[in-house]
Ligand binder design. Structure first.
Ligand code: SAM
Length: 266
């Protein structure tokens, strides 16, 4: 069966990389482990053996059919033949312990998938994911760096990010055009800093980073008066990428305050 480009199929074949991922996840018996995109099973059989049971979500019917009859499976594998972007992880968790999610993820859906997973974070204990290296760098970037931006702040609001190791294209068949990296995410049920509503945070962060070279005063002109920025103790002359995630949270609270103010008091 030819790898399907539309499903981002690059299959891991490097035993050293596979072992490092398994060691990082360290699945234990009785844990609820869910693999996204098991493909040809590079990670699947070891995950299953260590955890005893495994749920796997695969969009490609042919790959799922081959996995279902693969004799290498020792344990109880439950296959969900579906699009992970439509998976109800809260329902999957049910009353059980939160899920440990693992995946060498299709790069074409990685950002929407991360946000969908974070929306359902109450169901998730942790996530170990192979992603495009640049995406991991953006997720884990420090304020002031070129990689620091919208993705960094929106993820920092909900999860601790820990980059683990990088993986070259030769570890996959067919090799992707880019380097990859494995990252660990630990979502927290409560937001990691105060920001009001997700919509307010999204608006402030999107506004701020839409014009990286502008000062906050100019980048947020349409959203927040300078006095509101100053009221957060933030210099409106700063560039957006120098602000810590929690400072975007303060600006979002201000924006929400303006939006919630009854008409006539604006
Ligand atoms: N885990 C395997 C490995 O490491 O060799 C395969 C990794 S491959 C990069 C991505 C896998 O995700 C493929 O098996 C692909 O069919 C599957 N996939 C792609 N899009 C998906 C989606 N929307 N929902 C579920 N699985 C998907």
């Amino acid at each position: 069966m030819q790898p399907r480009k539309r499903f981002g199929q690059h299959f891991l074949h490097d035993p050293g990389v596979i072992r490092r991922i398994l060691d990082a996840v360290a699945p234990a018996s009785g844990q609820r482990v869910v693999e996204i995109g098991p493909g040809r099973g590079a990670l699947t059989w070891s995950l299953l053996e260590r955890a005893g049971t495994l749920e796997a979500i695969e969009i490609d019917r042919d790959l799922a059919a081959a996995l279902a009859v693969d004799p290498r499976g020792h344990g109880r594998l439950t296959l969900h033949v579906q699009d992970v972007l439509r998976t109800d992880f809260v329902g999957l968790r049910g009353d059980g312990p939160p899920l440990r999610i693992v995946g060498n993820l299709p790069y074409n859906i990685s950002t929407p998938l991360l946000f969908r997973l974070l929306e359902q974070r109450e169901a998730i204990a942790d996530l170990h994911a192979m992603l495009q290296k640049e995406v991991v760098e953006r997720m884990a970037a420090e304020p002031g760096s070129a990689d620091y931006g919208r993705l960094t702040v929106m993820i920092a609001a909900y999860a601790e990010v820990q980059p683990l190791f990088e993986v070259g294209p030769g570890a996959f068949r067919p090799p992707p055009a880019v380097w990859s990296a494995v990252v660990r995410l630990r979502p927290s049920a409560a937001p990691r800093f105060a920001f009001g509503t997700p919509a307010a945070l999204r608006a402030v962060v999107t506004g701020a980073f839409s014009a990286r070279r502008k000062t906050l005063r100019n980048a947020l002109k349409a959203l927040l008066p300078v006095t509101e920025i100053e009221a957060c103790g933030i210099d409106p002359g700063l560039r957006p990428e120098t602000l810590a995630p929690a400072q975007f949270g303060q600006l979002a609270l201000r924006l929400q305050g303006l939006r919630d103010r009854p008409l006539g008091y604006n």
